[in-house]
Design a protein around this ligand. Sequence first.
Ligand code: NAP
Length: 213
Amino acid sequence: MNNRAAESPDGIKIGIMGGTFDPIHYGHLLAADEAHAAFGLSEVIFIPSGHPPHKANKKLTSPEDRYLMTELATVDCPYFSVSRVEIDRQGSSYTIDTLRALRAMPKYAGAQFYFITGLDAVLDIVSWKNPEEIMTMCRFVAVSRYGYSPKKMEELPEELRTKIIPLEIPLLAISSTELRERARNGRSIRFMVPPAVEKFIRKKSLYRNNTEE
Ligand code: NAP
């Protein structure tokens, strides 16, 4: 974990931005910033997924490159940090294991965690490992996504749905899927990702030979 964010005394509110971040984009950064303001978070930790269990059959950019892009994207913001907890852990990256690992860190003793992710990711939560336990370990925030109505949450079992906090944010029609597609076709991704991330993607020719979608 880098040391950009302040140490966390008891009772402090910490945001956790979980995602594959392939690549990270302004939609993720805006979501984190909106959650920071809405819940009075002291820090938002971005946690790039190491080996996402739901993407085992997909060709992903290496965990290290996704981690580096996340660092480049967040470096200017004093209350954003990036954790290697999932990148460095062997095996599938389950959110429950990440929450347990953070909870065990003295730095976060007594902290209230807010796990932030996209509404569409949340709609699959019944397939996650130990979803009920996840809800007891953090407040679970579903940020609005372009093209997804919060009404879709009504399809979730009541015991999970009632614990999820929907957060309306300004909708940016940016997705990692579209960015990979644009990069593959040599189209501009300028103004959709931070300049350093754009340069990194170009320098490493990420997504140019991508045939996954
Ligand atoms: P995903 O399936 O790639 O993403 C689903 C949707 O949510 C996409 O539209 C994605 O947009 C959006 N999204 C993802 N993270 C977001 C964020 N932090 N803020 C706003 N929108 C976000 O989901 P993922 O990124 O792989 O996974 C999201 C989180 O859920 C990760 O932390 C992952 O570990 C966790 N998860 C856990 C389990 C489990 O424990 N079994 C299973 C699935 C997911 P973009 O494509 O533009 O990013």
